[in-house]
Design a protein around this ligand. Structure first.
Ligand code: PNS
Length: 161
């Protein structure tokens, strides 16, 4: 059986940085399960269904990617899916402390599950879902930083507000 990684996150919304990590992950793993945490971000802009739909659209032509959601502990979901590792992206030093803490807690909860960190491509180093939402909220153009249809969804969301 091939190697499977779970790539967890809020994906509110998916960015080109996330896509970059998935593609890098596919060079190491046979399958990457992109898993939206149902109890992730406290005050999300997009519903779980909207986020799942955007992720499915993003990866519909990428073999080896599955989109799913999970509730509860990440390590329990990883075990349930019989995955080999947790995949996470790292951008800058600022990500490190939080990611390190999370990886060590996950290891404490289940010592058999490893976390693999991959560096995002340099062009995406400044991109996060939060900064994308901030720009879109005030009418900023997000095309080129998120998939085109996500940029459109952001525009629609904030034009309604
Ligand atoms: O994209 P995010 O918001 O940084 O993702 C954080 C996420 C969803 C990976 C993290 O909050 C998570 O794993 N949540 C599930 C609960 C859990 O297992 N937490 C870590 C150990 S307490």
């Amino acid at each position: 059986m091939g190697k499977i990684a779970v790539y967890p996150g809020s994906f509110d919304p998916v960015t080109n940085g996330h896509c970059d990590v998935v593609h890098r992950g596919l060079t190491l793993f046979d399958k990457v399960i992109v898993a939206v945490a149902q109890n992730g971000t406290k005050d999300p802009l997009f519903t779980i269904d909207e986020r799942l739909e955007m992720l499915s659209e993003t990866f519909k032509k990428t073999p080896g990617v599955e989109v799913d959601s999970f509730d509860g502990l990440l390590v329990d979901y990883v075990t349930k899916r019989r995955a080999d590792a947790i995949l996470k992206g790292l951008r800058a030093v600022s990500d490190f402390e939080y990611e390190f803490q999370m990886a060590l807690m996950n290891r404490k909860l289940n010592k058999n599950i490893q976390t693999v960190f991959l560096m995002t491509g340099l062009r995406w180093i400044f991109i996060s879902s939060s900064i994308i939402k901030e720009a879109a909220r005030f009418g900023g153009e997000t095309r080129g930083m998120v998939p085109d249809f996500v940029a459109e969804k952001l525009r629609q969301k904030f034009s309604k507000a």
